[in-house]
Write a protein that binds this ligand. Structure first.
Ligand code: FES
Length: 109
């Protein structure tokens, strides 16, 4: 599977974008983010309860853009690793997705 999910120029540092993809017939909610120049993507699923991190509003970063935050109970995740470092699911990790940058386009691979 290879799916175009964003243009790099539309994703400056600190920006995120939601997208979805199908796996085994199921629609999976996900997001891609530019964390200080590194493009990362994860399933949009908190590891505490099976609900989205952003609560539907597309906000994933903490106020200082240093961490991802779950809006429901405030878990904090490291953007580069997906590891939860504070909150009810500390020690668990977001489900990572592989991306590829080709000619300024970000693809889910
Ligand atoms: S649902 Fe995310 S911290 Fe509780």
């Amino acid at each position: 599977m290879r799916k175009k999910i964003a243009k790099l120029m539309e994703l400056p540092k600190g920006a995120t974008k939601r997208f979805s993809f199908k796996r085994n017939g199921l629609l999976i909610d996900a997001f891609v983010a530019n964390f200080n120049g590194d493009i990362v993507a994860y399933e949009n699923l908190c590891r505490h309860l099976p609900i989205t991190l952003d609560y539907g509003d597309g906000e994933f970063f903490s106020k200082d853009n240093s961490l991802f935050v779950c809006q429901t109970h405030g878990a904090f995740y490291e953007p580069k690793t997906g590891l939860c470092i504070a909150g009810p699911c500390i020690g668990a990790s977001l489900i990572p997705l592989d991306t590829e940058l080709v000619d300024g386009e970000i693809f889910l691979v």
